[in-house]
Design a protein around this ligand. Structure first.
Ligand code: KG4
Ligand code: ZN
Length: 338
C-alpha cells in the first residue's frame, strides 16, 4: 500500500511517501525568509506553500519510485495551524484524492506528533508516557493505543517552544529561537542563574510565562535592557533558561512516572530536537528503567512522514472521511486527544 502525507500547517512544506510500511521519502522545505520578520508571517507562508507543494510531491514520488496513479491513500494535516497555510496542503490533498478516486484522510497535526515515535525502528510500547513539546503545544499524555489517549496535563500559558522562541528574541538571538538558545547554552553555565520552575494547581500542568518574565526581570535588573547584555553573558543566561525549562518538563514527567504505570516514554515535537532535553530524558528513563523513544531530528519538527504514518493508522482502523470534510468543522479538535 502506498501512502502519501502532506503537511503545511506553519512554515514547513512537507511531502512524504510510505510504501508497505516503509518510509521512502520525507521531503521538508523550510521557509527561512520569515527570520527577516522575527516570526512567521501567515500570508507569506500560505503563498510559499502554494508554490512548492506540487513540485515537492513530485520529487517525493520520484524518490519513492512510484507514479501518481499508484497512490492508495492521501493524508494531509487538517489543523491546528495557520488556517491559510493548512488549507493549501489540505485542499491540494483533497484534489489529489478526488482525481485519483482514492481515500482521503485528514490528520490532526498534534496526533501526528504524538504517534511520530512509530517512525523509528524501536517503537513506543503501549501504554506510553508522551510529552508533546512543540511551538504551539505542551501536553503530557498517556497513550494507551492507536485510538485511546489520556491527558494528564498541558500548558496553562505559553508552549515550551514558544518560551524558547520568546527568550531567544529577548536575548537578541533572532528567529527561530529554539536552536539558537541551544547553541548559546552549550557555551554557558546552566547554574549561573537559578530561574524558577512554576507550579500549577494541576500537578501535571506546565506554565512557562513566569520563567519568561524572570528572564526579562533579570535582564532589566542587571543590564537595564536587552541591548546592554554583554556578549559573554548571553550563553550563561541561555543555559540557565534552558535548564529551568527542561527542569519543568522533567519534573512533571517524573511525577507522571511515579503515578502511572507505563511501558515506555516518548518525547515528540520540535523542542524534542533539543540536545540538552534529550540528555536529561535519557537519565530519567534510565532511573525508571523505561525504554525511551525520541524521534530522529527529521521527525521532531513539522514533517509529512508523521502525517502519513498517523493517517494510515486511522485508515487501518476503518475510519472514513468525506471530501467535503471541513478543516474547522471537525478538526483541529482531535477526536482522540481529550
Ligand atoms: O513541532 P514544531 O516544528 O512546530 C509546531 O508544531 O509548533 O515545533 C517548533 C518549535 C519552535 O518553537 C522551535 O523554536 C522549537 O520547536 N525548536 C527547538 C529546537 N529546535 C526547534 N527548541 C529547543 N531546542 C531546539 N534544538
Ligand atoms: Zn508541529
Amino acid at each position: 500500500m502506498n501512502i502519501v502525507g502532506i503537511e503545511s500547517s506553519c512554515d514547513e512544506t512537507s511531502a512524504a511517501v510510505i510504501c508497505d510500511g516503509k518510509l521512502k521519502a520525507n521531503l521538508i522545505s523550510s521557509q527561512h525568509f520569515h527570520k527577516d520578520f522575527g516570526g512567521v508571517v501567515p500570508e507569506l507562508s500560505s503563498r510559499a506553500h502554494l508554490q512548492i507543494i506540487a513540485p515537492l510531491l513530485k520529487q517525493a514520488l520520484n524518490q519513492a519510485g512510484i507514479k501518481k496513479d499508484e497512490i492508495d491513500v492521501v493524508c494531509a494535516t487538517a489543523g491546528p495551524g495557520l488556517i491559510g497555510a493548512v488549507l493549501v496542503g489540505l485542499t491540494f490533498a483533497k484534489g489529489l484524492s478526488y482525481s485519483l478516486n482514492k481515500p482521503f484522510v485528514p490528520v490532526n497535526h498534534i496526533e501526528g506528533h504524538i504517534y511520530s515515535g512509530f517512525l523509528m525502528d524501536e517503537k513506543p510500547e503501549y501504554p506510553y508516557l508522551c510529552l508533546v513539546v512543540s511551538g504551539g503545544h505542551t501536553l503530557l499524555l498517556i497513550v494507551e493505543s492507536e485510538t485511546a489517549i489520556r491527558k494528564l496535563g498541558s500548558t496553562i500559558d505559553d508552549a515550551a517552544g514558544e518560551a524558547f522562541d520568546k527568550t531567544a528574541k529577548m536575548l537578541g538571538l533572532g528567529y527561530p529561537g529554539g536552536i539558537k538558545i541551544q547553541e548559546e547554552a552549550e557555551k554557558g553555565n546552566p547554574d549561573f542563574i537559578d530561574f524558577p520552575v512554576s507550579q500549577c494547581k494541576n500537578e501535571f500542568d506546565f506554565s512557562f510565562s513566569g520563567l519568561k518574565t524572570s528572564v526579562l526581570r533579570y535582564i532589566q535588573k542587571e543590564f537595564g535592557n536587552a541591548g546592554n547584555i554583554p556578549i559573554d553573558k548571553i550563553p550563561d543566561i541561555a543555559a540557565s533558561f534552558q535548564k529551568a525549562a527542561v527542569d519543568a518538563l522533567i519534573q512533571k514527567s517524573e511525577r507522571a512516572l511515579k503515578n502511572y504505570n507505563v511501558n515506555s516514554i516518548s518525547i515528540v515535537g520540535g523542542v524534542a530536537a533539543n540536545k540538552y532535553l534529550r540528555e536529561r530524558f535519557v537519565l530519567l528513563s534510565a532511573k525508571y528503567k523505561k525504554s525511551l523513544n525520541i524521534p530522529d531530528l527529521q521527525f521532531c519538527g513539522d514533517n509529512a512522514a508523521m502525517i502519513a504514518q498517523r493517517g494510515v493508522m486511522l485508515h487501518n482502523n476503518g475510519l472514513k472521511f468525506d471530501l467535503d470534510y471541513n478543516a474547522y468543522a471537525g478538526l483541529p479538535e482531535s477526536a482522540f486527544i481529550p
